[in-house]
Design a protein around this ligand. Structure first.
Ligand SMILES: NC(=O)c1ccc[n+]([C@@H]2O[C@H](COP(=O)([O-])OP(=O)(O)OC[C@H]3O[C@@H](n4cnc5c(N)ncnc54)[C@H](OP(=O)(O)O)[C@@H]3O)[C@@H](O)[C@H]2O)c1
Length: 296
């Protein structure tokens, strides 16, 4: 039986993907890695009711000590698929993780690099690692129109440093930090494939814009209300639509060939923009990630 570890199963996309996997005729065994509390208990219970065998691992991804403990708990469970879904967009780039790293970079990227680094040698082949990307890493007409900031890449040591100062940096700074973290995921995916054991394939999933999830929970209530409204428009992505697509990418034979960080937008393999393929940046990210993870 396949065993899938998923982070961020408590809300939004991760919850929908978890329940879509649990509802399959032959559900995989599920290892749910999320912050301890009623949401984790509830989704685990729901997945069990649907027929899956479920393990819960309490973990706050903003603490690398917690992530290391979670990885130690998951080792030996026979995991063959990792879905690194958890994500956040901190509304204040001065916010730091427990380890002093900028929160958005720490949760979206560094925590998963630690978790996957600790588990990679233990994964059962053939296996898959599915990372969560976002098209916001690069601008297009619509994103410019909506004011969604694209990535503004800097050295990763710099990206990991929280902003300073008495004045709260604006929404743009949060968006840039989020897009940088998601560009880091693409660089990481390409580099990761060069280092994981044979038989483990790396892909990146972009669920489509899902306004109204809790990702924007720190933004002013007016923005969140607009998001909830937009989520009702036809054609806009929602966890209900994209969750099963993520479950499919994690489990279905039709995606077994994907590797090298193949970028799947909803259910279509898509070429990334040239900025997302940069061997020098990918290698530098790997070196600096080791430094950042070893420093704490
Ligand atoms: N929404 C979009 O339009 C969109 C578009 C492209 C990509 N994505 C990506 O899709 C993924 C899921 O996003 P979503 O929209 O479903 O967001 P969401 O509703 O906010 O869910 C985020 C999940 O991540 C978990 N998480 C956040 N910080 C954590 C921490 N410190 N420790 C442990 N877990 C933590 C949350 O757990 P708690 O319940 O404990 O908070 C929650 O389960 C993210 O990687 C996001 O970047 C989203």
């Amino acid at each position: 039986m396949t065993t899938v570890l998923i982070t961020g199963p408590t809300r939004g996309l991760g919850r929908a993907a978890t329940l879509a996997m649990a509802a399959r005729p032959e559900p995989p065994e599920l290892v749910l890695v999320g912050r301890s509390g009623p949401r984790l208990t509830e989704v685990a219970g729901e997945a069990r009711r649907l027929g899956a065998r479920v393990h819960e691992i309490g973990c706050d991804l903003s603490s690398l000590a917690d992530v290391r403990k979670a990885a130690a708990q998951a080792r030996g469970m026979g995991v063959s698929v990792v879905v690194a879904n958890a994500g956040t967009m901190s509304s204040d780039t001065r916010q730091a993780s427990a380890d002093g790293y900028e929160l958005t970079f720490a949760v979206n990227y560094l925590a998963h690099a630690q978790l996957i680094g600790d588990l990679a040698g233990d994964l059962v082949a053939p296996g898959r690692i599915v990372l969560l990307g976002s098209n916001t890493y690069s601008a297009n007409f619509w994103r410019r129109l909506l004011g969604v900031p694209e990535a503004d890449w800097r050295d990763p040591i710099d990206l990991a440093r929280p902003a300073t100062g008495d004045q709260r940096p604006g929404f743009r700074a949060s968006g840039v930090a989020y897009s940088n973290a998601k560009l880091a995921i693409l660089y990481y995916a390409h580099e990761l494939q060069r280092h994981v054991p044979a038989g483990i394939n790396v892909a990146v999933f972009e669920p489509g814009w899902m306004p109204g999830t809790s990702l924007g929970r720190d933004t002013p209530e007016a923005f969140q209300a607009i998001g909830r409204g937009l989520a009702r428009l036809p054609g806009v992505s929602t966890p209900r639509r994209s969750g099963p697509a993520l479950a499919s990418l994690a489990l279905d034979a039709r995606w077994a060939h994907l590797r090298d960080g193949a970028f799947v937008v909803k259910d279509r393999v898509t070429e990334v923009e040239p900025v997302a393929r940069d061997r020098a940046r990918e290698q530098r990210l790997r070196e600096t990630t080791e430094e950042l993870l070893q420093a704490v």
